[in-house]
Design a protein around this ligand. Structure first.
Ligand code: ZN
Length: 687
């Protein structure tokens, strides 16, 4: 873990980046519009633009015929107003001539159907032609712009995702498996539980990627395919950056990560904990559906905070918000406008959780095609007078006062463990409730207990150092290797507090169950053995009694056999009434808790309050407030930067006990204040 007060300038800019995706290649026949863009950039208090993301057809209109002059002018014009450029490689979408001449670049889907040219993000990651073409254009971009003073960083491709099942990819998958299993088919058959349904492979060529018209029931195969897709995507990325690393070794590299957006959870299809190691800076595209009809503003804000904390911790340094919308998107089921105040609040929340930028998709709305109604800084009216443009300018003016925040981090004593592989395996498991596993959502349920109390949380992945934390929470960690189990044991032995739940520690890294009961080391740490897990229908309920209060239980209840642990809570109903539901156990210098059932939010509040008291966990800065207000802190050597945010639709009284400075108004602030709906205050506490 980084030292808690050190600053990390991830982009070598000592100011907050404000701007976004700029697609001048859609307006090359309208020099008047491009000239207006430069004027409007200044009026909007923006300073950084991502260019070239989907510009391959404009850069290479025919194979081997290049046209960079328009991009020269765009970059020079941005620099002339002291703007900076995040230069993209164009591999996210390719010109039609390429698909036509080299059909191998087209993806084949899981049903083995070759896709036509169209859309974007639809190339084969293995295709030698696509890899060669990508390297070629990237080299030309790096040669031409590598030393341009406006160049801030590289934006490699765009929103990597998807998978290809073509013959080349099948070959690459088999090579991946040969390497992983030491060229030993018996090792693979053992790991995949081959004899089941006669699925023993006798030749590598028999192995195919999972398919709706073929194999989907071999969990070891599914898991290895998901791992391969991540590895092959990274391999493609590594191929892309060869000329960039060679020609511009000092320019940082990012690619924009995503979230899965219907219920805002971390992106599921790629293991970002692996991808992060190949990037200099983490960036992501955040599109929460504010003002939706299923959850409160505060609940959505909490889930945004969870993903921010996960992505920030992938490198334990500030990240960038690469895309967001100043108003609405075009792909939510209902594309609602941000209410007054929400744009500033939702932008500053990203900064509060560690972003050193507010960047948008998109600078200017397209005139045609699918994104013509996606929110943008500049609307079809080409005006600076409308509400959205003014909201953007207000964010810009605010960010100009936050240069001290750039590079600062957020130390935490609490970590929640997120694991992509465990989530894949759990979703694959045919058992428990097929619709109620909800691993990311379960983690957010635990995160809530800390978010509501303003206690900073790191959301970490399994290869990170557990010893840096006082409390480690690992809900539903279904897949866990022997190695991770030993590290958890050392963590508790060394004085750490560990919390886990039902459906944890059931399978190893091959998705093979542990035999002979719960793993011996887990039994030792927790002083229990989970013996049976009952799954509930949606209408089923139970009650757990904990500290003389009753809490509602849904979905899951694990029956626990004690082996030295203390009973903290018991089930009240069913054939396991009055048996342990929540336990604690002292192990060497630490303590381990097991929560047997999926309990309501109030249980987590009360349960974690006890641990917060025991471990003397504190908010990074104390502000008294009601529910729906969040206080987040970024810490610099000389100052703490405090973000007080009202994620409710009403006025909220807050009390600040020390004297701090409001960074926007410049005035000193102390005592009782009223936050208007969606108001945010940014305060500095000088040390
Ligand atoms: Zn392929």
């Amino acid at each position: 873990m980084m030292s808690t007060h050190e600053k990390t300038y991830t982009t070598k800019a000592n100011f907050m980046l404000h701007g976004g995706d700029y697609n001048p290649d859609q307006w090359l026949d309208r020099p008047d519009i491009l000239a207006d863009d430069i004027k409007l950039m200044q009026l909007s208090h923006t300073n950084t633009f991502s260019v070239g993301i989907f510009a391959w057809a404009a850069l290479e209109p025919e194979e081997g015929v290049y046209n960079f002059e328009w991009l020269d002018k765009v970059i020079d014009d941005i620099y002339s107003i002291d703007g900076r450029v995040i230069l993209a490689t164009p591999s996210g979408a390719r010109p039609a001539w390429m698909s036509q001449k080299y059909p191998e670049v087209l993806r084949v889907n899981g049903a083995r159907v070759k896709q036509l040219h169209g859309g974007r993000h639809n190339h084969c990651f293995t295709s030698p032609v696509y890899r060669e073409k990508t390297q070629k254009i990237n080299r030309l971009l790096a040669e031409r712009y590598g030393s341009h003073p406006a160049l801030l960083m590289w934006h490699i491709s765009n929103e990597y995702g998807g998978e290809c099942h073509c013959d080349r990819c099948q070959g690459a998958f088999r090579e991946y498996l040969k390497k992983k299993y030491n060229n030993d088919l018996k090792f693979l058959n053992d790991a995949w539980w081959g004899p089941f349904w006669s699925h023993t492979f006798t030749d590598w060529s028999q192995i195919e990627s999972p398919s709706s018209i073929g194999e989907s029931m071999v969990h070891g195969l599914n898991l290895d395919w998901r791992r391969f897709v991540t590895d092959q995507t990274i391999d493609f990325f590594e191929n892309e950056i060869v000329p960039i690393k060679e020609l511009t070794p000092d320019v940082p590299i990012t690619t924009n990560f995503m979230a899965d957006t219907h219920e805002l959870i971390p992106f599921q299809a790629l293991d970002y904990s692996k991808f992060a190691k190949h990037l200099d800076v983490i960036s992501w595209d955040a599109y929460p559906a504010w003002h939706n009809d299923i959850e409160s503003t505060a609940d959505l804000a909490m889930r945004v905070g969870f993903i921010d904390d996960l992505y920030r911790c992938l490198k334990q340094q500030p990240f960038l918000l690469m895309e967001s919308t100043p108003s609405m998107v075009n792909w939510h089921p209902v594309n609602k406008a941000k209410r007054p105040g929400m744009h500033l609040l939702s932008s500053i929340q990203m900064v509060a959780h560690g972003s050193d930028s507010i960047l948008y998709f998109q600078w200017r709305k397209s005139r045609g095609s699918s994104e013509k109604f996606h929110g943008a800084v500049v609307d079809h009216d080409n005006s600076s007078d409308n509400r959205v443009f003014q909201d953007v300018a207000e964010v810009g003016k605010t960010l100009e006062k936050l240069s001290g925040v750039v590079g600062t981090n957020r130390p935490a004593d609490v970590a929640i463990l997120y694991d992509w592989e465990s989530n894949w395996a759990l979703n694959d498991a045919q058992g428990f409730g097929l619709k109620t596993k909800r691993y990311p959502q379960t983690l957010v349920q635990h995160y809530r207990a800390f978010w509501e109390k303003d206690i900073p949380v790191d959301v970490i992945t399994k290869e990170q150092d557990f010893a840096a934390y006082k409390l480690l929470v690992i809900p539903m960690l279904y897949l866990v290797s022997e190695e991770t189990i030993s590290r958890l044991k050392s963590f508790v032995a060394g004085g750490g507090t560990l919390v886990t739940t039902y459906i944890s520690g059931l399978v190893n890294e091959h998705d093979l169950t542990y035999l002979g009961g719960w793993h011996k080391n887990l039994q030792e740490i927790f002083g229990i053995s989970p013996v049976e897990t009952d799954t509930y229908y949606p209408e089923d309920k139970n009650t757990v009694s904990y500290q003389n209060r009753s809490y509602e239980l849904k979905d899951y209840a694990t029956i626990i056999k004690l082996n030295g642990a203390t009973v903290e809570g018991t089930y009240k109903e069913d054939f396991y009434a009055n048996t342990p539901a929540v336990t604690s156990h002292s192990y060497e210098n630490g303590k381990a808790y097991y929560i047997g059932g999926r309990l309501e939010d109030q249980f987590h509040r009360d349960f974690y309050q006890e641990i917060i008291n025991d471990l003397e966990l504190q908010p990074a800065f104390s502000v008294k407030h009601e529910k729906g207000v969040s206080v987040q802190v970024r810490r610099a050597p000389e100052s703490d930067y405090i973000f007080v945010m009202n994620f409710t639709e009403k006025k909220q009284p807050i009390t600040i006990e020390s004297l701090v400075k409001d960074l926007v108004t410049g005035e000193d602030v102390s005592g009782e204040l009223i936050l208007e709906r969606y108001e945010v205050r940014i305060l500095e506490n000088k040390k």
